[in-house]
Design a protein around this ligand. Structure first.
Ligand code: SF4
Length: 221
């Protein structure tokens, strides 16, 4: 839970840009207070109303220049990232208390998308399973990391596979790496099934050669 609060604090430090002119210590305040802040922020759609702050972030980190996105696209992207962090924080406690966890990885982050990838595909599940042919493949690294932390790891050909895997009732928590659109789709399924979710957004999307931060995944796991 503490890590998630750090993300939000860092975000506000960036937005506000100044340190507090006073000292504070919230360590004795109930965790419910922080959960409630997240919930109020989300319920009132406040992250969608922070136009100025979001624009400031986009300018400060030169998002448009670096990515080539126009302002509307950049705003949508940043708002989605904020929303993902808020939802992660809201679900964190429930997620941490779960014991049967799955990690869903996107097949488009494989090093190879053709037969040079030696992953086995099981259509019954449906999922790829990494054969670890390339040490520098992101999916190989994420698979090892997930398995080491006790997760069942699935490499999904698409978001529609999620429901089939989860409907067997084998898991009570899930970490998903995906683009914002698929994270939203997965969230609806998780809510229907009462499964706690944590999301790691892609930092490069597309149909192939997509990327995510292995460090962000490590922190979430
Ligand atoms: S390491 Fe795994 S996912 Fe990556 S290309 Fe090889 S078999 Fe495919």
């Amino acid at each position: 839970m503490r890590k998630s609060y750090k993300i939000v604090n860092c975000f506000w430090c960036v937005v506000i840009g100044v340190p507090y002119p006073f000292n504070f210590d919230l360590t004795r305040v109930s965790k419910a207070f922080f959960r409630e802040i997240m919930r109020v922020t989300y319920d009132y759609n406040m992250h969608r109303r922070m136009g100025e702050a979001v624009r400031h972030l986009i300018e400060k980190f030169r998002i448009r220049e670096i990515t080539g996105l126009d302002l509307t696209e950049a705003i949508q992207l940043v708002e989605d990232l904020i929303e993902i962090h808020i939802k992660n924080a809201m679900n964190r406690e429930r997620f941490e208390s779960a014991s049967r966890k799955a990690l869903f990885l996107p097949h488009c982050s494989r090093k190879y998308m053709d037969n040079r990838c030696k992953a086995r595909f099981d259509p019954e599940i449906p999922s790829y399973f990494c054969s670890h042919c390339s040490g520098d493949c992101l999916i190989h690294q994420a698979t090892l990391l997930g398995e080491k932390r006790g997760y069942d790891v699935y490499i999904l050909p698409g978001g529609s596979c999620i429901k089939k895997i989860l409907s067997k009732g084998k898991y009570d928590a899930v970490v998903g790496v995906a683009c914002g659109m698929e994270i939203n789709m997965a969230e609806k399924i998780l809510n229907q099934l009462g499964i706690a979710g944590q999301a790691v957004p892609l930092i490069r999307n597309g149909c192939a050669n997509t990327r995510f931060s292995i460090e962000s995944l490590r922190e979430i796991l």
